[in-house]
Design a protein around this ligand. Structure first.
Ligand code: C5P
Length: 221
């Protein structure tokens, strides 16, 4: 049985991947399964926290004892996270948020036209939710955690990203064709704004989640 070291705390976790619609039947999306975010939500609940899980397009069942808010797009994820973060002690952004969305949404299904090239897809930037909640904390002392998937120069790029985002902790994963996405396992380094570096050996996503909560709980004390 886990230590109830998050008892009395409210934590917000985002999970899954946003989908940015082009028309009623098509979207731009990513390969995030939501498993890491769900592991974070389950382990926080087991440690006594009240948990709000903001889930983007995951096919996973609601974890027991967790408030689940289901959303689709990055803008919807932003609204849900900002609302839940108002009284949160910690926010963990495990969701893969689309950096861009189509500039226009076609109310009817986009059709191919005989003898005509397709229209290009024009993209606009989505808000960076992690940077926004870090710069403008809903509460003093709120602990904010981001995730970063990097393919090369993992530590150096992670450090830069941590600074750019302004969060307290950044979980850096190395990703590739067969790594991390959809998998049951993970391997990561958790970088702290205080200069700390916590390696998490290859193992179940639960183990990484427990390490994240250890680091969060220490910062909340
Ligand atoms: O910049 P990058 O997408 O690599 O950063 C990843 C981290 O930032 C994740 O924690 C993700 O949830 C968050 N993010 C966000 N809003 C975005 C893009 C990413 O909050 N528009």
């Amino acid at each position: 049985v886990a230590e109830p070291d998050l008892k009395g705390r409210h934590v917000v976790v985002s999970a899954g991947g946003t989908r940015e619609p082009l028309d009623p039947v098509r979207f731009l999306g990513n390969r995030s399964s939501g498993k890491q975010g769900y592991a974070l939500a389950r382990t926080a609940a087991a440690r006594g926290a009240r948990v709000t899980l903001v889930a983007a397009n995951t096919g996973l069942p609601d974890p027991a004892g967790v408030d689940v808010v289901r959303i689709g797009t990055a803008v919807q994820l932003r609204d849900a996270v900002l609302k839940a973060a108002q009284d949160a002690d910690a926010v963990v952004m495990a969701a893969a948020v689309a950096d861009f969305r189509p500039a226009t949404y076609a109310a009817g299904k986009i059709k191919k036209q005989d003898g005509q090239d397709p229209d290009p897809i024009v993209l606009v930037r989505n808000p960076d939710i992690l940077a926004e909640i870090s710069a403008d904390r809903a509460r003093p002392g709120q602990v904010i955690v981001g995730f970063a998937a990097e393919t090369d120069d993992v530590l150096a790029n992670g450090r830069k990203k941590l600074e750019r985002k302004g969060c307290d902790l950044l979980v850096v994963n190395e990703v590739g064709e067969s790594k991390t996405f959809g998998s049951e396992e993970n391997e990561a380094v958790v970088l702290g704004a205080d200069g700390s570096e916590t390696p998490v050996p290859h193992g179940p996503k639960e183990a990484l989640a427990e390490t994240v909560w250890d680091l969060v709980a220490r910062r909340l004390r």
